[in-house]
Design a protein around this ligand. Structure first.
Ligand code: ZN
Length: 239
């Protein structure tokens, strides 16, 4: 009986809308987790950069330390040489060398302090980043459980709706199924269905002639609006 077919069609459509809502929820929930995972990944990359910088600074500090100690020995040797020299010209030369080395030593020392400060700063950044990563990780673990559970439940619901749809589709004549499936690909807004009201399509207001109206309302034939393409649900199948 055709009246029943229209009801089945409407039921299928409403189940499909339910599925679509559940799928949107599942996508949003999954996106929540992956957003956090992205943030963790980014923080992880930043952490690696900080670590590489720290390693770099440590090598420079070591090199600086070596230069410092070699300059220091050179300076000590010059001081000893100055003490052992009696030639005023040689003493003058040695003194100039001493001045030069002292300046170098000062420069190396301040470079060493600067490196030390940079290393401390990097160590703090690393610590902060590690704390952040751990925090995000814990949040992900917490949310992941919730999300997995929700997504699972929704998926079960989707599967149950889908099997109802599948079995309903088998109860429909081929022209109902085909028209419906074809209409779905048009992504119509509001509804795939319409009704005839006062000789017009209720949705797009296109006029419907008497013959077609009788085919829909009296013979319960499957007809679509010639303008918007929506399926006419006969008045007696509306509720
Ligand atoms: Zn229409």
């Amino acid at each position: 009986m055709n009246q029943e077919y229209f009801k089945i069609l409407k039921e299928i459509n409403s189940l499909e809308q339910n599925i679509s809502t559940l799928e949107t929820t599942n996508n949003n929930e999954t996106a929540r987790v992956s957003k956090l995972q992205d943030r963790r990944q980014l923080a992880q990359e930043e952490l690696e950069q900080y670590k590489a910088s720290l390693k770099d600074r440590r090598l420079l500090a070591q090199k600086n330390e070596n230069e410092l100690s070699s300059t220091d020995s050179k300076l000590a040797k010059i001081k000893a040489d100055i003490g052992g020299s009696f030639d005023s010209k040689e003493m003058e030369l040695l003194d100039r060398e001493k001045q030069k080395l002292s300046i170098q030593l000062d420069e190396l020392e301040s470079a060493g302090f600067e490196l030390l400060e940079q290393m401390e700063e990097l160590e703090q950044l690393i610590k902060d980043k590690q704390t952040f990563i751990q925090g995000v990780g814990e949040t992900i673990d917490e949310i992941q459980q919730e999300v997995d559970q929700l997504v699972n439940e929704n998926q079960k619901q989707i599967n149950s709706y889908q099997s109802r749809i599948d079995s309903s589709l088998t109860q429909l004549p081929e022209n109902f199924v085909n028209t419906y499936q074809k209409l779905k690909t048009k992504n119509l807004s509001v509804s795939l269905f319409t009704k005839i009201q006062a000789g017009k399509c209720f949705v797009c207001k296109m006029g419907v002639d008497k013959t077609r109206e009788a085919q829909v309302e009296d013979q319960l034939q499957l007809k679509t609006c010639s303008s918007c393409g929506r399926i006419f649900i006969p008045n007696q199948a509306l509720f």
